[in-house]
Write a protein that binds this ligand. Structure first.
Ligand SMILES: [Zn+2]
Ligand SMILES: [Zn+2]
Length: 72
């Protein structure tokens, strides 16, 4: 096994995206099936809404608070 830091590896494969909600840049690995956003718990309803509203997933700041904002 080659010694590669997980962070470096992630940066190599992750897409550089701009959050459509706040405009901040962030990395998303959804295109390679490995992303922190998979760990964020959202209901299927919220997920559908997000897909309709945004082309890509949101940044680590916006995605976790999105369900709370909507359900408030
Ligand atoms: Zn954001
Ligand atoms: Zn993502």
């Amino acid at each position: 096994m080659p010694i590669v830091s997980p962070e470096k590896d992630f940066e190599k494969i992750a897409a550089k995206l701009v959050c459509e909600s706040c405009g901040n840049g962030f990395d998303c690995g959804a295109n390679v099936g490995e992303c922190w956003c998979f760990e964020v718990e959202v209901t299927p309803e919220i997920l559908t809404e997000l897909r309709e509203k945004y082309k890509n997933c949101l940044c680590a700041k916006c995605l976790p608070v999105y369900p709370k904002k909507t359900l408030d």
